[in-house]
Design a protein around this ligand. Structure first.
Ligand SMILES: [Zn+2]
Ligand SMILES: [Zn+2]
Length: 198
């Protein structure tokens, strides 16, 4: 259909006055279709209303919540982390492994409360030594149909026991935090060594 009616060049343009949305700051024009107003508003803005219900704060561009609401959400997530058993001096604080909790506390300018420290900590979990799959190791380049001796399973268990024994220990943070009660004695000891009054 479009090929049937001729459309001469001379009659194919008409002057119009364009209405639409532009950025007040850089004056970029965003047209007049769905989303034009949003894109013009977004263009050079620096902040917008916090989207958390009941909050009248401002969220920085690129965030849905203001800083207060972000901090509350962060705390809520930390509080949701379960409290676990913990029986060493090693501890993760804010993602860093401290081998001695008392050393960490000794470096704190201002001592945390047991409750706030508990929220910032995670209980270390030993990273397991790697294991060898002996069948895969031996047969990876072997021709199809090769069979292994029955001794391989025992050999694999022995090798993995050796790897486990000689591997260095290291830890990563677990999905649990120490209870405030477990931390309190360390904080008390540090308070005493500083000569703070109770
Ligand atoms: Zn702009
Ligand atoms: Zn907010």
């Amino acid at each position: 259909m479009s090929n049937k009616e001729p459309r001469p060049y001379e009659g194919n343009a008409e002057r119009v006055t364009v209405t639409g949305w532009k950025c007040m700051h850089c004056r970029a024009f965003y047209g007049n279709v769905d989303g034009s107003k949003h894109r013009a508003s977004w263009c050079c803005c620096t902040d917008r209303p916090c989207e958390i219900e009941g909050c009248d704060g401002r969220a920085s561009k690129g965030y849905v919540a203001c800083q207060d609401c972000q901090a509350k959400e962060h705390r809520r997530r930390e509080e949701a982390v379960p409290v676990g058993a913990w029986d060493t001096d090693e501890i993760f604080v804010n993602g860093d492994l401290y081998y001695q909790l008392c050393d960490y506390l000794g470096d704190c300018e201002e001592l945390p409360t047991a409750e706030s420290l508990s929220l910032d900590c995670s209980i270390p979990m030993r990273v397991l030594a790697p294991k060898i799959d002996l069948e895969d190791f031996i047969l990876s380049d072997a021709p199809e149909g090769c069979e292994l001796s029955d001794d391989v399973a025992q050999a694999e268990a022995d090798i993995n026991a050796i790897i486990e024994r000689v591997s260095p220990n290291w830890w990563e943070g677990s999905n649990a935090r120490p209870s405030p009660d477990a931390l309190r004695p360390y904080i008390e000891a540090e308070r005493k060594s500083r000569g703070y009054d109770d």
